[in-house]
Write a protein that binds this ligand. Structure first.
Ligand code: F6P
Length: 523
């Protein structure tokens, strides 16, 4: 069944939100906290190992109530139900959107075109598990009978960013295999990777849902040629496997049938790390950890599916994002993980968010006259503090920020972790409270610089009132990482539903591809 098509700006709640915005847009966060000593508790949602504090956002309970009313008016629940039950809600491509099925822990059948997809999912999971165990244990041998030491994931976009981000994030849980990623068509990228490799001990995983992507096919054939400089064709089956929906072209490329890991057209590239696209994750950290990642994501799925909207983490994340995007007029939002392991998380989110919601026609094909997906960017704290945080603190732009932190560090270095988390909390407090003229005055006086007050004061004032959400997680485990990624996935979904756009196609990337082909063929 099709998604409903409701213009959010024509709803009653949108009108109420517009009025409400004029009432609270200038209220300082400090006032919200002064008026309600329970504010932090009131706006915190706890879920498994997560505690998410939305209190430092420029919202009141009325804002949340009206945003939830908006979600109800566009019938978000109907869209969620359709998505989870396999309706073809990716209507422009006539596909279901079922990445949640890949990680479900439930046994209820999920039908696409009358066929239950769960048995096939289970079968590919066993294939991933068996293959991972063979490679990790060393029973899978290369053509000279040596164990595999290195894995190279050849893919781009969703066939690269998700696995690369997760492998990096779960480095702590990694086994002895070295995992590399080749994505760019820039030949220097592949060259830099292969120069470190021994063909006798390297396994190549070609990941391409369509198996038509220029970058991936070019990199794969360059690598194949390099491999065949030392090995013969028979050796290919021990060193090349592929993940794809396009079995015909994979076979033509020379990959053996038993080395093909299938996927389905109801898995969008940018939501595919849970599928066979995650094979390099499983190889890097072992199947049990990969399974934990899936489990964590499925727990978020359940929370998202059944929790009332006012306590539903992805729904609240999405609605607050809409509040800033469409009412405050914010163009960008920043994600700041206070963990070096999550270094690649902002880049991963850029594809997930911007390829999904960078759309300007509604579900009826009409040009929109309101804003949709924003620009997402970010980096890890504390590095970001010494790079771009100045602009967020004192610049002219309002940039809502997600701070992501962990209660425990993985190696248990308490001194470092306490300093890291002191910075984490200090930033959100500084952004919310700012620093008044009076406080600057007092400071300068205290430092004995009373004669410079007049000159320095304006530069040292912080207006504050800069919104942040604090996502505090007990520990970086595969399960918690799975839950976190799924929260952002569902945030994307909710925003797409409210904005009345299609989030699961990406026609915008095609024109550049076509022109590149044309320019290349005319060279
Ligand atoms: O960039 C467009 C895109 O289609 C992405 O959506 C996708 O993740 C990527 O290309 C790679 O596609 P494929 O897995 O088919 O090679």
């Amino acid at each position: 069944m099709a998604l409903k098509s409701i213009n959010p700006t024509q709803t009653k709640s949108w009108k109420k939100l517009t009025k409400h915005f004029t009432e609270i847009k200038d209220v300082h966060l400090k006032k919200f906290f002064n008026d309600n000593s329970q504010r932090k508790q009131d706006f915190t949602i706890n879920f498994n190992d997560f505690s998410i504090d939305f209190s430092k956002n420029r919202i009141t309970q009325e804002t949340i109530d009206l945003l939830v009313e908006l979600a109800n008016e566009v019938d978000l629940q109907d869209a969620i139900d359709k998505c989870f039950s396999g309706d073809k809600i990716n209507e422009t491509e006539e596909r279901a959107v079922l990445h949640s099925a890949l990680r479900t822990q439930k046994k209820d059948p999920i039908f696409v075109d009358g066929i239950d997809v769960l048995p096939e999912i289970k079968q590919t999971l066993s294939q991933i598990e068996n293959f991972t165990n063979k490679v990790v244990s060393g029973s899978w041998k290369g053509y000279t009978n040596k164990k595999i030491t290195d894995i190279v994931n050849i893919g781009i976009g969703g066939s690269d960013l998700g696995p690369d981000m997760v492998v990096d994030a779960l480095k702590y849980y990694k086994n002895h295999l070295n995992v590399h990623f080749v994505s760019n068509i820039d030949g220097d990228h592949v060259q830099e990777i292969i120069k470190k490799l021994d063909p006798e001990t390297t396994l190549f995983v070609i990941v391409s849902k369509t198996f038509t992507t220029q970058e991936t096919l070019t990199n794969a054939s360059t690598i194949r040629k390099w491999f065949l400089e030392t090995a013969d064709e028979n050796a290919i089956k021990k060193h090349f496997v592929a993940v794809s929906t396009n079995l015909k072209d994979v076979t033509t490329f020379g990959i053996e049938k038993e080395n093909i890991f299938t996927m389905w057209n109801w898995v969008g590239g940018r939501f595919s790390l849970w599928s066979t696209v995650g094979l390099s994750i499983s190889l890097a950290v072992g199947f049990e950890n990969f399974n934990q990642l899936l489990k964590g994501a499925s727990e978020t799925d359940e929370h998202f599916r059944i929790t009332p909207f006012d306590k539903n983490i992805p729904v609240i994340m999405a609605l607050i994002g809409i509040w800033y995007n469409n009412f405050f007029g914010c163009e960008t939002e920043v994600v700041l993980p206070y963990s070096q392991y999550l270094n690649k998380f902002p880049t991963y989110l850029q594809q997930a968010i911007m390829e999904s919601n960078g759309k300007s026609v509604d579900r009826n094909g009409n040009k929109l006259d309101y804003q949709t997906g924003g620009v997402i960017w970010g980096s890890t704290g504390t590095n970001a503090q010494h790079a771009f945080m100045q602009l967020i603190h004192q610049g002219t732009k309002l940039i809502p920020a997600d701070f992501i932190g962990f209660e425990e560090s993985l190696y248990g270095n308490i001194e470092h972790h306490e300093k890291l988390m002191a910075n984490f909390y200090a930033q959100t407090q500084a952004l919310a409270d700012g620093k008044t003229k009076e406080e600057v005055h007092l400071d300068l006086k205290f430092q004995g610089k009373i004669e410079s007050v007049e000159k320095l004061l304006p530069f040292k004032v912080f207006d504050g009132n800069k919104p942040t959400s604090t996502i505090l997680i007990k520990k970086l485990t595969p399960r918690n990482l799975g839950s976190l990624i799924a929260m952002y996935e569902h945030k994307i979904f909710v925003q797409g539903i409210v904005w009345n756009i299609y989030s699961f196609d990406q026609f915008g990337v095609e024109l550049g591809k076509e022109l590149a082909q044309k320019i290349y063929s005319q060279r």
